[in-house]
Design a protein around this ligand. Structure first.
Ligand SMILES: [Zn+2]
Ligand SMILES: [Zn+2]
Length: 314
């Protein structure tokens, strides 16, 4: 298989992953789940029952119970990216007259992100308890559509306040529940949504900054080497962009793969941030339009106003 085919497959895989994750993130029924179900139906008769039980137990432990696996995975990936950046790119950037401030900026983002990450992991998302239950019942109005009055959580034995939900992973009811995030091993709810959004923004800034510095380093390396003006031996024809890309892959394989990874992370997290901001704007315009009419009912707008509060007030 020649280089162009390999490079095409690499780019196609990265772009496909970005598109699929952005398209189906947060959805329960996706093409992946259907393919997984079909494959498990086909393969399961051929696999011994004990191995299947170990597999299902591992999956259940990984995705349906609180555990620190994704926190460790997150730290390992981060250490790999920063290790590569410090080992190969930091020195190059200094040689190319990039200012010390710009080269050190990723470490500044790392420090901020680590602190926010710690807050996301450790802060109580807003667990519903017998002590705060009476107060929480008054915070949001029931809309009688998504949130109906008088529904009792069978596990916690508490009447669910509007916008609260029982997290099956943490086994508790959480005020203004958004989702359970495996990367921070915690629910995202009323009291830590702001930290979660800051966490997404800091990861986005970190990945974007490293991607820019890496791309800048590769670009200047190509310019300085003069490879764009080189010729094939015995020919007048200059080498093309594909040759330059191949040269970069061969000379800096880890850096090029790291660049692909951080670009993937950037679009993944930026997509999540963008969807939250889009939701905030949609809710704001919805609220504005309704305010102008001045004849909407309280129950129709409670959901909108609560969602907006969740994003801007928390
Ligand atoms: Zn509950
Ligand atoms: Zn949870």
């Amino acid at each position: 298989m020649d280089f162009v085919t390999l490079f095409g497959i690499y780019v196609a895989v990265v772009l496909t992953c970005i598109a699929l994750v952005c398209r189906y993130s947060g959805q329960q029924h996706t093409p992946f789940s259907r393919v997984y179900s079909t494959l498990s139906e086909i393969v399961s008769p051929w696999i011994p029952q004990c191995i299947q039980n170990i597999f299902y137990r591992s999956m259940h432990r990984l995705f349906h119970q609180r555990n620190r696996f994704f926190i460790y995975l997150h730290l390992i990936l981060e250490a790999a990216v920063y290790g590569e950046f410090s080992y190969e790119i930091f020195g190059f950037c200094l040689e190319m007259d990039t200012t010390l401030f710009n080269v050190c900026l990723p470490y500044f983002f790392l420090a901020i992100k680590s602190y926010i990450f710690y807050l996301c992991c450790s802060k109580d998302p807003g667990t519903l308890t017998k002590e705060n239950h009476a107060v929480q019942l008054k915070v949001y109005q029931y809309d009688d559509k998504l949130f109906q009055e008088g529904i009792v959580c069978q596990t916690c034995q508490l009447v669910k306040p509007a916008r609260s939900k029982h997290c099956s992973v943490c086994d508790r009811c959480v005020q203004r529940f958004d989702h359970h995030c495996v990367w921070v091993n915690n629910c995202i709810g009323a009291q830590n949504t702001r930290f979660f959004l800051l966490y997404l923004l800091s990861v986005c800034a970190m990945a974007g900054d490293i991607a820019l510095l890496t791309a800048d380093m590769l670009f200047h390396t190509v310019l300085r080497s003069g490879i764009m003006h080189a010729h094939y031996v015995g020919q007048q024809q200059p080498v093309g962009p594909l040759f330059v890309i191949q040269h970069l892959f061969m000379t800096f394989p880890r850096i090029v793969f790291m660049l692909g990874f951080v670009v993937f992370v950037f679009f993944l997290v930026a997509g999540r941030c963008g969807s939250v901001v889009w939701a905030a704007n949609a809710i704001r315009s919805c609220r504005g339009a309704l305010d102008k009419r001045m004849h909407y009912s309280t129950s129709d707008t409670s959901c909108c106003s609560n969602s907006f509060k969740q994003i801007v007030v928390s």
